[in-house]
Design a protein around this ligand. Structure first.
Ligand SMILES: [Zn+2]
Length: 565
């Protein structure tokens, strides 16, 4: 009996010993007071003490690993709220992707590819958006007809473009009917111009995802996640997992190969019948919160509209004259596509809410945002929606009215400033400067008290700076702070947020959106020791330097997960 208190005392003492101490640095804690201190001690994967060098070094034990920061800055482990890791991992699994930023580059790519591809076999132009081509014009079959012996498909996500050989192979001619919810683009003479909007179902003998074995997929996913760690990320939100991807993540986790914390968003195919979707929700073995601190489910997502970089996002207003060029629009009144009828959206989301899910939709255009908020309002009338931490995703074309509705209901925002940086200038040509006033309006969100999480929407390519979209979190924070677009201008600088706020969008607020703010997102005693040491001072370096900040060391769960060589 006597031995019990002694043992307790002993274990308490062990717990107070540090495994690792980082000292002589600038620790940006992101605690509620945004405290900045000198040192942090880690024990058992958790933060033990944060404070002055003196206070922290006092917890040193015989085998504590001491890391002298030499004045360097330490941030909480960064979170990217929105990635598509498997798709990106596979995109360069076999070969690096070319840089396709002009028609000439696309032609060059096709000519080269034709030399090594057997005649008659498909050639895929990897995902490229017309907003990122020098010409700012949606390609048609004419561009792709530089190759005639191969069917070619140009991947612009919800839109694909075929060359003449591909149209023939797929049996698409002037008499072919539009697929459900999709459109076959036509030229002035009524002939197919190669553009298929939401019409991938018409493709024959080609899967844009390519063919990979399970083992290849597992390796591609693991390698991509490791790249995230090297970029300073200790957690990501994978924003569209299906059963296959859930299985891959679980295999990685079960075999101890998950390099960082992953929060999964389940996205079933919204085109399935309502009853089938509801049944899938009710019978799924998981819901929000299923999993552990490494791999957990968070949101339930449906894709509500198309993309703004290809003119299918559902807007409040028509795409207008420049939209005709950029997106090859034929109808000047076209506003884009809403994929789900309101009654279906409400029924499916109600089922998901009743199963405990956090709710979200892909909603790019203003019309889609409004439709999503209508649904959330209907659900809110039945039962307050705020506790579910539901959110708009992208919500690129905001409005003061929509922001007021979000504030009233307690709806958060999952944002990606990379769309502003890379596409802002092109979209301004479509919608005018005034039409961009509420484009990713981070300042307005924060002033309204709306929680903002930030991510990249990384989907193609491995490199953190050259991929679509770049997942370098420092480029993201730089854009949030500067509102700079590719031509160097600040687009609606009144929407700038501070460096402190930008850091929160990638730490504590992103953790909040993952229901993890009690364990992650700041450097505080008891929280997971997820940290990133960086090569310059995020808070004081010149603004344009923010984007060039590089991680030096990344610690996850108290262990060094990556270190600069
Ligand atoms: Zn996405």
């Amino acid at each position: 009996m006597k031995i019990v208190p002694a043992l307790l005392f002993f274990s308490a003492l062990i717990a107070a010993d540090s495994d690792v101490i980082l000292y002589n640095g600038k620790i940006v804690t992101v605690d509620p007071a945004f405290s900045i201190t000198q040192a942090v001690a880690v024990s058992g994967g958790r933060v033990l003490v944060v404070g002055t060098d003196e206070a922290v070094v006092a917890t040193r034990a015989a085998n504590t690993k001491m890391i002298d920061l030499h004045g360097r800055t330490v941030l909480p482990g960064l979170i990217d709220s929105h990635v598509h890791a498997l798709e990106a991992g596979l995109s360069e699994f076999h070969a690096p992707l070319p840089r396709l930023d002009s028609y000439a580059a696309v032609r060059r790519f096709l000519r080269e590819k034709a030399k090594t591809t057997p005649k008659g076999e498909w050639i895929v132009v990897p995902r490229t958006f017309p907003t990122r081509l020098e010409e700012l014009r949606m390609p048609t079959k004419d561009l792709l007809d530089v190759v005639t012996d191969h069917p070619v498909v140009f991947d612009a996500s919800y839109v694909v473009i075929l060359n003449s050989a591909a149209l023939q192979k797929c049996g698409i001619d002037r008499d072919t009917l539009n697929p459900p919810g999709g459109e076959i683009g036509k030229d002035a003479n009524g002939e197919p111009n190669g553009i298929l909007k939401n019409g991938q179902a018409l493709l024959k003998g080609i899967s844009l995802g390519g063919h990979f074995t399970d083992e290849e997929k597992l390796r591609a996913l693991e390698d991509q996640l490791k790249c995230y760690v090297a970029a300073g990320l200790t957690g990501v939100g994978d924003r569209a997992v299906d059963h296959e991807q859930i299985g891959l993540y679980e295999r990685l986790h079960d075999s101890g190969r998950l390099p960082l914390r992953v929060s999964m968003t389940w996205r079933p195919d919204a085109s399935r019948p309502t009853e089938e979707l509801i049944r899938a929700i009710e019978t799924a073995r998981y819901t929000r919160g299923s999993g552990d601190d490494w791999l957990r489910f968070s949101a339930f997502k449906l894709t509500l509209d198309g993309g703004m970089t290809i003119g299918t996002a559902y807007q409040r207003q028509p795409y207008g004259a420049f939209g005709k060029q950029l997106y090859a629009k034929t109808d000047p009144d076209d506003r884009g596509q809403l994929f789900i009828a309101p009654a279906k959206l409400l029924a499916v989301m109600r089922a998901a809410r009743n199963r405990g899910w956090q709710l979200t939709t892909h909603d790019q255009g203003g019309g889609a945002i409004d439709a999503w908020l209508d649904t959330l309002e209907a659900l809110d009338r039945e039962k307050p929606i705020a506790p579910t931490r539901s959110f708009v995703m992208h919500a690129s074309f905001q409005s003061p009215e929509a922001i007021a509705r979000m504030k009233k209901m307690g709806i958060a925002a999952d944002t990606q400033s990379q769309w502003l940086y890379l596409d802002g200038a092109a979209l301004e040509k479509v919608f005018g400067n005034d039409g961009m006033r509420w484009f990713f309006p981070l300042r307005s969100y924060l002033d309204a008290g709306i929680k903002v999480a930030a991510g990249s929407d990384h989907m193609i390519g491995h490199d953190k700076n050259r991929s679509v979209n770049p997942y370098n979190p420092f480029v993201s924070m730089w854009t949030e702070v500067s509102r700079k677009v590719t031509d160097g201008r600040a687009l609606h600088p009144e929407q700038k947020i501070t460096r402190e706020e930008a850091l929160k969008t990638h730490t504590i607020w992103a953790a909040w959106l993952q229901f993890a703010e009690d364990k992650r997102g700041s450097i505080e005693p008891g929280k997971f020791a997820d940290l990133v040491v960086i090569d310059r001072d995020y808070l004081t370096c010149p603004e344009d330097e923010i984007r060039r900040i590089e991680p030096v060391m990344v610690i996850i769960d108290g262990k060094i997960a990556w270190q600069r060589k």
